[in-house]
Design a protein around this ligand. Structure first.
Ligand code: AMP
Ligand code: MG
Length: 522
């Protein structure tokens, strides 16, 4: 395919170095149809899964954060900011932006695509072939009205959170590096007309692939069965090798696996109090990985109705408590995109029931762990409903509450003082009643080791990320490093870190942009 219209600001292949010495492949480019035009303006692309796109050359790239453990799986040495910030394309890479569509906030949005992500290529790692993708390396044919760049604040949030999620045991894409670009980018953080210059940055993220529900939807929506089929064949061959498209039953078997991994991912979100914030179908990985860290957040006071995303405040479609249902809704939209491949598409309906069943099993097991129940009994449903109520009688910090519960010696609400945001005397009786019930259920001997593995002590609270961002914006990345290190062992006590990080949201963060309010601006 010809490289046409390559902009002179964009990097050209050159040089050797650790990244060039990796074992690169281009399975996605070789096996799925692409756009005949490379780079060029934002546009609608037809009958293609990707467009070749050369990353923008960062004027002054500097490597700021690095995930050593992930780099080791790639046998990669630290360095090469000029490549990881998008300035240089080395031998073996063949960068492209992926084309996909999606339902945004419940409505079909047509073509979306990688507007600010550029895949460098696929490389061999200890865990099989993975895709390396730069987020924020400039304009692509899918950038629509925007610039394809990313700012430091959102890049730090993506880097720290994807690594934190990995160490929490939540399926997720990973982050290898964060580079600042030396360029300033104009952003309107709250979309209220207050534009300001911010520092540009690029995260290199890693996953088996960045194929999304929306990657399939776009072809079904445009009636392009041939491209849909090629994408499904590619996806099955490399990512679901035990499945095939042989017949309807085979497609259903694959869809059931996607339902299972999606259900598992969301049950983990519920366990750790994570709110994705933008569960559009273009942000749903086919691998059941948490993907696209934007206006996400962590529950502090336990409020199932909470969403951090200011764009969603009126409907709160993607609130914490609704994530399992949204998972089902998204799955249904993805299943619809498989209809053109089926003789009798009705068979797909069973997949949704399967999702519900699998989610419930995971959810019950989650409670067995969080409450140290030993094993699940149907009556536990009532205990959990009552906990859900009592947790909302007063602002209660979710992470601190569950962590303190692991260490309690008897049913006494005084043990949780540190978890309450206000005076709890008015609700003491309700709390003690629930604690007594739970204590009886576990016969005074909760399974503490299971609890300590289900209830993390440290998560990336919004204000913690903000403290790291504030320092980094002044050129000081030590807080980022400290959090990166802390969150590698979220279930360990790490007593020396307790005073600083095992604490409730400080008052300053209650209404601060970036802590309680986040937009998609990044
Ligand atoms: P998201 O909300 O991150 O899932 O993004 C939705 C769509 O908007 C995707 O197609 C993104 O690639 C695109 N997008 C978001 N931010 C930018 C940006 N700064 N430049 C270009 N495209 C963007
Ligand atoms: Mg996205």
């Amino acid at each position: 395919m010809n490289r046409t219209q390559v902009d002179s600001n964009h990097a050209q292949p050159e040089g050797m170095g650790p990244l060039a010495s990796l074992e690169w492949s281009r399975r996605f480019l070789d096996e799925t149809p692409g756009d005949p035009q490379a780079d060029g303006p934002s546009r609608q692309v037809a009958e293609a899964c990707w467009s070749r796109t050369t990353p923008f050359a960062a004027p002054s790239p500097e490597l700021r954060l690095w995930s050593e453990a992930l780099a080791n799986t790639l046998s990669l040495e630290r360095g090469e900011a000029e490549v990881l910030a998008g300035g240089k394309v080395v031998a073996g890479m063949d960068p492209y932006a992926q084309r996909y569509g999606g339902h945004q906030f419940g409505n079909w949005a047509g073509q979306l695509g990688d507007g600010r992500a550029i895949t460098l290529g696929e490389v061999a790692s200890d865990g099989g072939v993975v895709e390396l993708q730069l987020k924020g390396a400039g304009h692509t044919p899918y950038s629509r009205f925007a610039d394809g760049k990313a700012v430091l604040r959102s890049s730090i949030r993506e880097f720290l959170c994807s690594e934190a999620m990995h160490h929490l045991g939540v399926p997720t894409t990973r982050a290898l590096s964060l580079c600042t670009t030396g360029e300033s980018v104009m952003r309107d953080v709250l979309y209220n007309g207050n534009k300001a210059l911010e520092q540009g940055a690029v995260v290199c993220r890693v996953a088996p692939s960045f194929i999304r529900f929306g990657s399939f939807q776009i072809h079904a929506a445009t009636g392009d069965d041939a491209t849909l089929r090629a994408l499904v064949e590619h996806t099955l061959r490399h990512h679901f090798p035990s499945h095939s498209m042989a017949d309807d039953a085979s497609v259903v078997a694959w869809a059931r696996e996607v339902a299972e991994t999606t259900a598992l991912m969301i049950s983990h979100w519920m366990r750790v109090g994570f709110v994705h914030g933008v569960m559009n179908t273009d942000n749903m990985s086919i691998h059941g990985l948490t993907i696209d860290y934007g206006p996400y957040g962590w529950l502090e006071d336990y409020n199932p109705g909470w969403t951090p995303n200011t764009t969603d405040v009126s409907n709160r479609r993607y609130r914490y408590g609704q994530q399992p249902q949204i998972g089902a809704w998204n799955l249904a939209r993805w299943l619809e995109s498989l209809i053109p491949l089926m003789d009798e598409p009705e068979a797909l309906e069973s997949v949704l029931d399967h999702y519900g069943e699998v989610f419930n099993q995971h959810h019950n097991q989650m409670w067995v762990g969080k409450l140290g129940l030993g094993s699940w009994q149907e009556e536990d449903q009532v205990l959990i409903q009552e906990l859900n109520t009592v947790l909302q009688t007063i602002e209660t910090d979710m992470t601190i509450f569950f962590r303190l519960l692991c260490h309690i010696e008897g049913p006494d609400v005084d043990h949780f003082k540190q978890a309450f945001y206000g005076d709890f005397s008015a609700v003491e009786a309700d709390w003690n009643a629930w604690l007594t019930k739970w204590w009886q259920r576990v016969q005074g001997a909760p399974n503490r080791s299971a609890m300590l593995q289900a209830n993390p002590k440290y998560v990336l609270r919004n204000w913690m990320a903000q403290v790291a961002i504030d320092a980094a914006e002044q050129g000081d990345f030590t807080v980022c490093e400290a959090l990166h290190s802390l969150l590698k062992q979220p279930y360990e006590e790490q007593i020396a870190m307790e005073e600083e990080w095992f604490c409730k949201r400080p008052e300053w963060a209650r209404n601060r942009v970036g802590c309680s309010m986040l937009s998609c601006s990044s």
